[in-house]
Design a protein around this ligand. Structure first.
Ligand code: URA
Ligand code: CA
Length: 442
């Protein structure tokens, strides 16, 4: 195989064989193909796209490029959930203990964040003592004992994806549906999931700006799952305003505890968690249908059984479970500032991307890979679309270690919240689902 022939074929719109894609990825993983050729190939894919068979072959090739996790020793159907990410998206912290409390094993490998706030692993590290680097034995032992374990994604999982993602990042080839879909699915497959539930977000705060793009990404990922024999389903939800109220690592842990305790947190965050969880229960064969699964999970929140599972998860990974009753144990930044509403009016929009940017300015997120983040920094929004506000009412509370950052963050928050005279309606939260059987609009 000559790499340049593969590039020419893709450039001119000819379909590649599975064997060609597999060899290309295998060679690139062991540094046998220079970045300039891979970059040319990626750009050709960006413009030409990939067929379903090519996308599935790319996914499997990346999944096989490193170690694969065998969860066969854990009884039950392992349903992994992946969110395409957004602002104030704390779903994993709620969903993992919630679904585990219903008796479905949750074996999660999560990443660190790049962008507005940390990823699940960063958030968990805000809990004093919590260890996110579990050995394989510990991971399996905790799963057997309490039914839930969350660990950082090791370097060994889908290394081809890690290399390709870094190259895409600097060659303008991130925003390609087959490349995004294969990147996400390769990691889920390598991490040992039997079935995969995808939480695909759309809106200003999400990767996919329009519902059309989100449904297309979802259909592509479901198509990959079907072709490789891992049942996959996607839920499409909107992110026009931040999903939760808190943006920032410690702050999001606190909001997750609020939801699990039934004492607060954004109702939309609770709704998305119950929706995703109910589908996970159905996929795992633990609930007869969506409605039954939803009711069962709501009862586990109300009874505090999910909160107890969260406490067990924290304790099992070395964390201080006293954070549940004593929030002062979370490392919250001590410099606080309230941003207030400049005029009377109704909240027309809360731009999630701008809110996320404000949190990043305050120190909650990364601008480049490997950057240290401040686990105590971030913000809590106090307004939702449609709220009537008077001049001087709080829009958000900022948390930072660096007072010099407040002015820029305040400007971003004020720009994020549009206030006007008209009545404003919230947009629908759940737009629909995608399965192998097709799209089902909510
Ligand atoms: N997330 C991933 O894991 N990969 C992509 O390509 C985009 C988002
Ligand atoms: Ca996430």
């Amino acid at each position: 195989m000559r790499v340049v022939d593969i590039i020419l074929d893709k450039r001119d719109g000819r379909e590649l064989t599975g064997a060609e894609i597999e060899e290309l990825i295998a060679l690139y993983t062991k540094d046998a193909i220079p970045d300039y050729q891979m970059a040319a190939f990626l750009m050709a894919v960006f413009f030409r796209g990939m067929t379903a068979a090519e996308t599935a072959a790319l996914t499997l090739a990346m999944a096989k490029s490193g170690e694969t996790v065998d969860l066969g020793a854990v009884t039950g159907v392992k349903v992994d959930k992946h969110s395409t990410g957004g602002v104030a998206d704390t779903t994993t912290l709620v969903l993992a203990p919630l679904v585990a409390a219903a008796g479905v094993p949750v074996a999660k490998m999560s990443g660190r964040g790049l962008g507005f706030t940390g990823g699940t692993i960063d958030k968990l590290e805000a809990i004093p003592g919590f260890r996110t680097a579990l050995s394989g034995e510990e991971f399996l032992a905790n799963l057997g004992r309490i039914g839930v374990a969350i660990t950082g994604q090791t370097e060994g999982i889908a290394p081809a994806d890690g290399k390709l993602y870094a190259l895409r990042d600097v060659t303008g080839t991130i925003e390609s549906i087959p490349l995004i879909a294969s990147s996400i699915m390769s990691k889920k497959i390598a991490a040992g999931a039997d079935k995969i539930l995808l939480d695909v977000k759309t809106g200003s705060g999400a990767f996919m700006k329009t519902p059309e793009q989100a449904f297309r990404l979802a259909e592509t990922m479901v198509g990959i799952g079907t072709l490789v024999g891992r049942e996959t389903m996607a839920v499409i939800s909107t992110m026009h305003e931040p999903l939760g109220l808190a943006v920032g690592n410690s702050l999001e842990v606190a909001e997750a505890i609020d939801i699990l305790s039934g004492t607060g947190g954004a109702p939309e965050l609770r709704e998305v968690c119950l929706t995703l969880g109910a589908h996970m229960l159905v996929m795992a064969g633990k609930a007869a249908g969506f409605t039954a699964g939803y009711a069962e999970l709501a009862a586990l929140l109300d009874s505090k059984a999910a909160l107890a599972k969260f406490a067990a998860l924290v304790a099992a990974q070395g964390g201080n479970a006293d954070i549940i009753t004593n929030r002062a144990l979370l490392p919250l930044a001590t410099v606080r500032h309230t941003v207030v509403c400049p005029t009377d009016g109704i909240v027309q929009s809360v731009d999630a991307a701008r809110i996320g940017y404000a949190a990043m300015i305050l120190g909650a997120g990364r601008e480049y890979k490997g950057q240290q983040i401040d686990l105590g920094a971030g913000l809590v929004v106090h307004c939702r679309i449609g709220d009537s506000l008077a001049k001087g009412q709080p829009l958000a509370t900022l948390y930072t270690a660096n007072p010099a950052k407040i002015a820029a963050a305040e400007t971003a928050v004020t720009a994020a919240v549009a206030v006007g005279p008209e009545k404003a309606d919230r947009q629908k939260l759940i737009l629909g689902t995608v399965t192998a059987a097709g799209i089902d609009l909510a």
